[in-house]
Design a protein around this ligand. Structure first.
Ligand code: FES
Ligand code: FE2
Length: 469
């Protein structure tokens, strides 16, 4: 049955109308386990938690390490660091990627200090032992001096590897489930959505070093409720509640935030957030412009901001992907759709280019790295450009100084202004826990439910209680 919009479009002889809501968004799960949740604060700053996370999360979980097109040729490799763990991820054949623990089996020097291309071997810079990119030893300098040890150093210890959507994952645990089992319905979801992330081009890659715990940092991007206070310039006018209502669908190791549909049983209640005062006020902050001049995109009397923004987005996209822009459902032009894949990968869905990753920095529970990527669509049949090199922000740069992030640089700046203050406040909290809400913070609760499961805390048996502290 054609929808009313499709019928109308045919009647007036217009181009075919895109479906208002794509089918994949109609997969609705019950609301995430209802209720508020109290999370003890010490997991955000105590060293014991950090150390246990390394053992139980970073040594056990599938985690995204790079994009496939960062290592396109045999011998290309990247160094992936998480906490004090380090791995070399190398393309060993056109369709094969391997990962090795980045530690020389002799006296443990890091084998690789930097990413590299076209390597044929990894030679340790300390005493010169070497292994081919297939992990087999090729040179044991002064081997005569190590009687009876050749077998144990003959291969570099490996981590498991897997790929999906152009992302390369590793899992250091030799007994882990397969990546396909771990991801569950995720690939199917993106396929049904018509989104092939492997075809996206890394247009932007910014890495920020942030003075807070990796979970604090990640949680700042796990809910949209903070928008009305932290990013007041982004609120929508009251005439369009569709973009303000979100729902959370739980798929096990990942959770999806999606715009609520008119048919949803579990949409957000009214009064979800603040709203812009006028239609024009909802459009203005999306542009950098001289306030003495007229706004670059004007909302005409009777128009709704949301329609103006959608039309403008479709126009811009048409310049990139041609007529395919006309097949994009309206809802994708107005509202975000984001997935969190445990423990730290955030590929957005819909039309968004955004993708985040969060990692603890070395041994410090008070410091974390955030990767922001823009994975942009690229026309079929045209050679994809190489991925943008990572712009690692220096100590004197803020994320607002990353012009390649466009207007989102200011949004990230607002988010990253909060998180060190959260880190500080956690240490002086008198409640001793934070409170996560039933609806808006459901994805944060989902994250902590998984955290507790991987850490072995299912029954509230937190480290503090066990150690009597
Ligand atoms: S530490 Fe690598 S060869 Fe000695
Ligand atoms: Fe934010």
């Amino acid at each position: 049955m054609p929808s009313d919009a499709e019928t109308k479009a045919r009647e007036v002889g217009a181009a075919k109308a895109p479906p208002p809501y794509p089918a994949h968004l109609k997969v609705e799960k019950p609301p995430y386990r209802p209720g508020v949740m109290r999370v003890p604060v010490d997991r955000y700053f105590r060293q014991e938690y950090h150390d246990l996370e390394v053992e139980r999360i970073w040594k056990k979980c599938w985690q995204w390490v790079c994009r496939e097109d960062e290592i396109p040729e045999v011998g290309d490799y990247i160094v992936y660091d998480v906490a004090e763990l380090s791995f070399i991820v190398v393309r060993t054949a056109p369709g094969e990627i391997k990962a090795y623990w980045n530690s020389c089996p002799h006296r443990a020097r890091r084998l690789c200090d930097f990413d590299g291309t076209r390597a044929r071997e990894f030679r340790c810079m300390f005493h010169g032992w070497a292994w081919g990119i297939d992990g087999a030893m090729t040179d044991m300098t002064c081997g005569w001096d190590f009687p009876g040890t050749r077998d144990e150093v003959s291969r570099l210890p490996e981590a498991k590897t897997g790929t999906w959507g152009g992302f390369v994952f590793i899992n250091p645990d030799p007994a882990c489930e397969s990546l396909a089992e771990f991801l569950g319905e995720l690939p199917d979801h993106f396929e049904k959505a018509g989104l092939d992330l492997s075809k996206r081009w890394t247009q932007v890659h910014v890495v920020a070093d942030v003075p807070c715990n990796w979970k604090v940092l990640q949680e700042a991007f796990l809910e949209a409720w903070h928008v009305h206070t932290t990013h007041p310039q982004l609120v929508y006018p009251p005439t369009d509640r569709a973009v303000a209502g979100m729902r959370w669908d739980d798929f096990g190791n990942w959770i999806r935030s999606a715009p609520a549909l008119p048919t949803d049983e579990h949409k957000a209640p009214p009064g979800y957030s603040a709203a812009a005062e006028t239609e024009q006020a909802a459009v203005n902050p999306r542009y950098d412009w001289d306030l003495n001049l007229d706004p670059p995109l004007k909302v005409q009397p009777g128009e709704k901001a949301i329609d103006v923004l959608r039309a403008r987005s479709r126009e811009v996209l048409r310049g990139v992907i041609g007529e395919a822009a006309d097949d994009i459902p309206d809802v994708h032009l107005a509202a975000g759709e984001m997935c969190l894949v445990w423990p730290n990968l955030h590929p957005w869905g819909g039309l968004s280019r955004l993708c985040y990753r969060f990692r603890p920095y070395k041994s410090d529970p008070n410091r974390a790295l955030m990767d922001v990527l823009y994975l942009s669509p690229w026309p079929e049949g045209v050679q994809k450009p190489p991925p943008a090199p990572a712009h690692v922000l220096g100590p004197d740069e803020t994320i607002g100084d990353a012009p390649e992030l466009g207007q989102l640089a200011r949004i990230f700046q607002q988010d990253l202004a909060n998180v060190p203050k959260v880190q500080s406040g956690l240490k002086t909290s008198q409640l001793g826990y934070v409170i996560l809400s039933d609806h808006n913070e459901a994805p944060v609760r989902h994250f902590h439910d998984l955290y507790d499961r991987w850490m072995g805390f299912e029954n509230g048996d937190y480290l503090a209680e066990r150690s009597g502290l």
